[in-house]
Design a protein around this ligand. Structure first.
Ligand code: G4P
Length: 533
């Protein structure tokens, strides 16, 4: 396949939502439309339910499901659509943030009863940081939810993005009758249908068409006319440019479970979502059309079988053509590596591929060569940007329970943090190891995996820190002074950067005032920026 043709036919995106809003259900309906699966119920939810944190095998089993569903590809109207799955559980939020670095757009699912929830806001912040184009799907319209206008206001207010409805619900909950397609000016009638993809579309020429009353009744027709008039009055015409720039989110209403409103969403997505875009590196911007291959690793997943230490590194192809058994340059290690069994994923089927194109995500078997953020190229020394570490929220000191296994513990912690399970900070003074995560669940996973994969035992002692701040400055003497004064709270991250672990917000504010010469960063992204300057 020609490179240009491959790029123009690929759409790589993620479906994101607060847990339970309907991400898995919507993903499954997309796969049904795409013919990648034949019956509903085939896609397992990768929700990690924290019902029994002591049940480590259960956590691992659930993590296993998320490997199988990490990337799901299907064809729709000549397009190769790649859906990247994201864990819904908030303890794995960092996994989700990193997956968002590998997509070109997202679909955000919102529950019409609950509106914008905590996780929705955080995920959108990450999208806004990167100006990722977003389409919003308001789900569960078969339930008594919020008024659609109210919901749109809430979306704009809380998510800091302009919205533009492209479909409009006729009633809600028990009185939900369908959606009016504001674009094609037709009505899609609701009939609860969980497994089939058939739809009951009634074309009407305009809202004055007498067929409208016949189909939905006088009252609903009057309400619809009024509401649509309001929509057209309040919202500007939909324009693709602000959508592509991440400033405007088209909104669809429907019910994923009942397969309703999903087709409009999918068709609009396929027509307006961006094809693989250029990506920034520390040296220059890489265009997908460049003939030479480049790509980066955004996720690493350990093998669930402890007898096999190999892992799968997920790589997003950014330019050129990836080829099986072809030597590529591992920039950080400065060595050339070839891959005998690169895999692609179609629905949950894994198969070995010969070639992959920009926008594709492939799985590479890894014996410990990869860290999250690593770049592969055909020799050019570049590093893709935009794979930040965020400040963790929970910090614990590692205490070795078996001094005979110190080496195993060190190796295990290093490898697990390379996988991105957690962040490691090492205290300069005293050499203490502090692990930072966004959720408690990771500590269970780390402890379990250290024991079962590396034979090392450890305890975690909670340490009270508010935030990790990466410190940069041009003023070396001020940095030295700060490090001296704050020595007990100064640590280095695994790349050797200085990080200040602020014990409280109050102390952080105070130190920012006392040391205006220092820059305090709450993500590690600055590193690559600094190299670029
Ligand atoms: P998630 O991946 O975002 O966490 O959500 P998921 O799709 O698993 O959906 C969460 C729950 O919401 C599921 O019910 C699912 O059936 C339900 N749901 C999804 N879409 C709709 C919809 O349009 N209308 C209604 N009424 N419900 C919807 P569950 O009881 O938690 O799971 P299950 O036993 O049905 O699988």
């Amino acid at each position: 396949m020609k490179l240009q043709e491959a790029i123009e036919s690929r759409k790589t995106f993620a479906i994101i939502s607060h847990p339970d809003a309907g991400k898995t259900t919507l993903t499954e309906k997309f796969l049904l439309f795409g013919g990648a699966i034949q019956t509903a119920g085939a896609v397992k939810s990768n929700k990690i339910k924290k019902t029994a944190t002591s049940d480590f095998m259960e956590i691992e089993r659930q993590r296993g499901i998320s490997v199988a569903t990490s990337v799901m590809g299907f064809n729709y109207k000549g397009m190769q659509v790649n859906i990247l799955d994201t864990p819904g559980h908030k303890d794995f939020a960092e996994d989700t943030y990193r997956t968002l670095t590998a997509v070109d757009s997202v679909i955000l699912v919102v529950d019409c009863v609950k509106g914008v929830e905590e996780q929705t806001e955080r995920l959108m912040e990450v999208c806004r940081m990167r100006n990722t184009p977003v389409i919003i799907f308001v789900n569960k319209m078969d339930r008594e939810g919020k008024d659609p206008f109210e919901l749109l206001d809430e979306l704009e207010g809380k998510l800091n993005i302009k919205t533009r409805p492209l479909s409009w619900p006729i009633g809600i909950g028990d009185s939900f009758q369908g959606v009016f397609n504001l674009y094609e000016k037709n009505i899609n009638l609701f009939s609860a249908n969980k497994t089939k993809v058939a739809q009951n579309i009634v074309a009407i020429k305009s809202l004055d068409d007498s067929k409208l009353q016949e189909v939905i009744g006088d009252e609903a027709a009057d309400t619809l006319r009024e509401e649509v008039e309001m929509v057209e009055g309040v919202y500007d015409e939909f324009n693709e440019e602000p959508y592509q720039e991440g400033d405007l989110a088209p909104v669809f209403f429907g019910s994923a479970l009942n397969n309703f409103g999903v087709k409009e969403l999918l068709e609009t997505f396929v027509s307006i979502a961006p094809v693989p875009l250029s990506r920034k590196t520390d040296v220059r911007e890489i265009e997908p059309t460049e003939p030479k291959f480049t790509g980066f690793v955004f996720k690493i997943h350990a093998n669930l079988d402890p007898k096999h230490r190999d892992r799968i590194a997920f790589l997003r192809v950014c330019s050129g053509t990836f080829k099986r058994n072809h030597f590529f340059h591992h920039v950080r290690l400065d060595k050339n590596i070839k891959f005998a069994n690169p895999s692609s994923f179609m629905a949950s089927e894994k198969s070995t591929i010969e070639e992959a194109y920009p926008g594709d995500v492939i799985g590479l078997y890894d014996t410990g060569n990869f860290k999250i953020g690593d770049t592969l190229s055909e020799g050019e020394v570049i590093n893709f940007k935009g794979i930040p570490s965020f400040s963790p929220e929970i910090f614990k000191e590692v205490e070795n329970r078996d001094p005979m296994k110190t080496k195993q513990l060190e190796k295990g912690i290093r490898q697990l943090t390379d996988e991105g399970v957690a962040q490691l900070f090492i205290q300069e003074l005293g050499n203490k190891k502090i692990i930072g995560t966004v959720g408690e669940l990771q500590f269970d996973v780390i402890q379990y995996r250290l024991e079962h994969e590396y034979g090392a035992k450890c305890d975690f002692r909670p340490v009270k820190y508010f935030k990790a701040c990466w410190i940069t400055t041009d003023n070396q003497s001020k940095l030295d002074e700060f490090v001296r004064i704050k020595s007990t709270d100064m640590v280095k991250d695994k790349d050797g950067n200085w990080v200040f672990l602020a014990p409280s917000k109050w102390i952080l504010d105070l130190e920012q005032q006392n040391f205006p010469e220092l820059n305090f960063h709450f993500t590690s992204e600055f590193k690559r920026d600094a190299v670029a300057q």
